[in-house]
Design a protein around this ligand. Structure first.
Ligand SMILES: [Mg+2]
Length: 216
């Protein structure tokens, strides 16, 4: 009887405990899409013009290439070919410090971590490879934390760390607060009142999380 009451008490205690739900975007927050793209593009199209990584502006790499190199008829297709290719997503390098930080974050008391990621439209390889990437870099226990959606406003959380500046969808006021993860492509973009997280290496993320934990 005593044991049963104790376990029930613990169970209720767990239900009442409020946890900070952190949603981590994948591309350019955990996996380095821009670096992976740049390297593959240079390898596949060595004679084509290219944009240095520090000169990337705007979220969609294809848009900037089409704008800058409009005199090359198929430049958009060449760009898209890179990330539609098998193993592109699987072979993306890690963003420096991201995997260690994510693992530490998941171990923090009062925090639940999920990966919230949008597959590309040509999903054939991208979908499975995102799962494989998470399995390989973070571990199989992380696979169950993946939320795949084109509409991140539908995901429920307190905090979304994402490099995309404009995240819109069906829900006008999502549950999460968007913290913009810095990337070359968004450094010149006005992010309004939103906060930035510049990297995973200088420890700022821990303060950010503690701050959010106090506010929920
Ligand atoms: Mg991203």
């Amino acid at each position: 009887m005593f044991v049963r009451m104790t376990s029930r008490a613990i169970h209720i205690g767990q239900m009442c405990e409020k946890k900070l739900r952190v949603l981590l975007d994948m591309d350019q927050v955990l996996a380095d899409f821009e670096l992976g793209f740049f390297q593959e593009y240079r390898k596949k199209f060595p004679d084509y013009p290219y944009i240095e990584m520090q000169d990337r502006v705007g979220f969609f790499v294809k848009d900037q290439y089409e704008k800058m190199f409009s005199y090359i008829p198929n430049i958009g297709n060449a760009v898209a070919k890179i990330y539609k290719t098998k193993k592109f997503f699987l072979n993306l390098p890690e963003i420096e410090g991201a995997v260690d930080a994510a693992k530490m974050l998941a171990k923090m008391e009062g925090v639940d971590v999920f990966i919230c990621t949008s597959p590309i439209e040509k999903y054939k390889y991208c979908l499975a490879e995102k799962y494989e990437w998470v399995d390989k870099h973070l571990g199989p226990e992380w696979v169950g934390r993946i939320i795949l959606t084109k509409d991140k406003t539908m995901a429920n959380g307190h905090l979304l760390i994402d490099d995309k500046v404009d995240i819109t969808g069906a829900i006008e006021r999502p549950s999460w607060e968007h913290v913009v993860f810095s990337a070359n492509h968004n450094m010149k973009t006005d992010i309004g009142k939103r906060r930035r997280l510049d990297n995973w290496t200088n420890g700022d993320w821990k303060e950010l999380i503690e701050d959010f934990k106090m506010r929920i």
